[in-house]
Design a protein around this ligand. Sequence first.
Ligand SMILES: Nc1nc2c(ncn2[C@@H]2O[C@H](COP(=O)(O)OP(=O)(O)OP(=O)(O)O)[C@@H](O)[C@H]2O)c(=O)[nH]1
Ligand SMILES: [Mg+2]
Length: 204
Amino acid sequence: MALIDLSKKEVHCKIVYYGPGRCGKTTNLLYIYNAMSERAKGKMLTIETKGDRTLFFDLLPLNLGKVSGFDIRIQLYTVPGQAIYEATRKLVLKGVDGLVFVADSLRVRQAKNIESLQDLQKNLMENNINFSEVPLILQYNKRDLVNTPIPTLEVEELESDLNSHLNTMAFEAAATKGLGVFETLKAISKLTVRHVARKHLMAK
Ligand SMILES: Nc1nc2c(ncn2[C@@H]2O[C@H](COP(=O)(O)OP(=O)(O)OP(=O)(O)O)[C@@H](O)[C@H]2O)c(=O)[nH]1
Ligand SMILES: [Mg+2]
């Protein structure tokens, strides 16, 4: 999917927000969409929803400005997290250049987080994408619920469940309030652009 257009001096990358149903993927994109200036964003496309559930995918094109004279164009996608939309998740992953795995801090979703990360690895493999090659960062969402009576997971538990093998960057977030949303986006964009540039240079 990544494209480096030398004549237009543009780099295009695809970043997918993955994670279990209702973990807050669409909420991340909506927050970004609402916070970005008109110049920096395209139209946010939400392809089929039922209530707030994504049935197909969301797509938000962003223009992140220039790096080394190249315009950085990023397309953010979300997958539908509900288990039954397996085929759609696999389709959305095609050509992915960078991944954000959004985990839900709700204790009742502990097993769903782990299942979804395994589902991601399986779907990448089935798309012939090497899991270890694609930049991936974690986002532990819904941290605003930590100081409420609702049972939540400790960051240490999320780390041990999801990051013990990955050893990657993880951001705490409360996407509804925008906390951690841009930190996550900035980190994955940087890693992804670097990855795409390196891949392009190696292909030369
Ligand atoms: N308290 C709290 N609620 C959140 C947070 N992020 C998302 N939510 C809520 O969780 C629900 C699901 O959020 P979505 O963004 O639609 O979840 P999704 O991951 O896109 O879900 P699917 O499309 O089904 O895969 C919504 O009611 C959000 O308002 C958060 O940080 N804190
Ligand atoms: Mg959604």
